[in-house]
Design a binder for this molecule. Structure first.
Ligand code: NDP
Length: 296
């Protein structure tokens, strides 16, 4: 069997096109332009790339992008003051603080200072609670993108056995909540899980969010299962030349492709969907703030 490749890049382009249509309508019918504020503290190179890409795609979708770049030694109180200003700024509908923050800043405190209605990353404790209790929440972008691809591929997920490898607050836990919400039977695996291979072999859906290059081999995958590879790992690629690198996921793509029914590639799978969902969440936040119907 050769797995169907789930094309996250193409799917994300469709999501962004839908977002752009909604933005055009919000402007034409209500005179409102959704705005996304991104706060970057410090100069982490990967974070700089993500923030640039988020800003570019926000503008391409017709929205306003506000970038706040703060020095690495910004104090907690200065950061909280900025968040307070953004919370009360009517032009800002979504606020994202790029993680990780420098070590002297308290991430929980900073995230929980964001107005939950503007919390487009869905990390505020209120949104975590709303998601966990099946209420209308702002849903974290990466797991939301994974769920959209799974629903698109399968239609209903009801009754399927899902294994999520990884229990982080930003990917693993919300992913498990979303799959539970869609009536999957969900197992959350992590670094202390016993017999991980046997656990994964039971799954109709495998979501790998570990951060270990190519950790999941094809012989862990149940024939025909759907594999969603969240991992983004940069590894040496001597075959491309000295000092060259390439991106790989948490799953061993070549061997998983021989067994799985469908799989997301890295790059070009979950990654593009994450930013597309961020834009979609910003439109949703804008509609909620203005008492307007939300996009489906
Ligand atoms: P974290 O490091 O926060 O969490 C990793 C999880 O993997 C932990 O729960 C850890 O278990 C578990 N784990 C580590 N080693 C093993 C192992 N040997 N066996 C089983 N489980 C293990 O990572 P994130 O959730 O933030 O990210 C995961 C990956 O997804 C990374 O590669 C990251 O780059 C990528 N990512 C991709 C995004 C995208 O847009 N595509 C967005 C966000 C992340 P324990 O809790 O026991 O330590």
């Amino acid at each position: 069997m050769t797995a169907q490749i789930i094309d996250g890049k193409a799917f994300a382009a469709r999501v962004r096109a839908d977002v752009a249509v909604h933005v055009t309508r919000l402007k034409a019918d209500h005179g409102i332009t959704p705005g996304l504020a991104v706060v970057l503290v410090g100069e982490d190179p990967a974070s700089q790339v993500y923030v640039r890409s988020k800003g570019k795609q926000t503008v391409e979708a017709g929205m306003n992008s506000y970038e706040h770049k703060l020095s690495a030694d910004t104090s907690q109180s200065d950061l909280l003051t900025l968040i307070d200003q953004l919370n009360t700024d009517p032009a800002v509908h979504g606020i994202l603080v790029q993680l990780p923050l420098p070590g002297h800043l308290n991430e929980d405190l900073v995230i929980n200072a964001i107005d939950p209605v503007k919390d487009v990353d869905g990390f505020h404790i209120s949104n975590v609670g709303l998601l966990g209790t099946g209420q209308k929440a702002m849903v974290p972008c990466t797991p939301l993108g994974c769920l959209m691809m799974l629903r698109d591929h399968h239609g209903s997920l009801s009754g399927m056995d899902a294994v999520v490898i990884g229990r982080s607050n930003i990917v693993g836990k919300p992913m498990a909540q979303l799959l539970l919400g869609d009536s999957c039977t969900v197992t959350i695996a992590h670094s202390r899980t016993k017999n991980l291979a046997d656990v994964v072999r039971l799954a109709d859906i495998v979501v790998a969010a570990v951060g270990r290059p190519e950790m999941v081999p094809g012989d862990w995958i149940k024939p025909g299962a759907t594999v969603i590879d969240v991992g983004i790992n940069r590894v040496d690629a001597p075959e491309k030349g000295a000092d060259k690198t390439r991106l790989v996921g948490d799953c061993h793509f070549a061997s998983c492709t021989e067994v799985a029914g469908a799989i997301t590639p890295v790059p070009g799978g979950v990654g593009p969907m994450t930013i597309a969902c961020l834009l979609a969440n910003t439109v949703t936040a804008c509609c909620r703030a203005n008492g307007l119907p939300e996009p489906e």
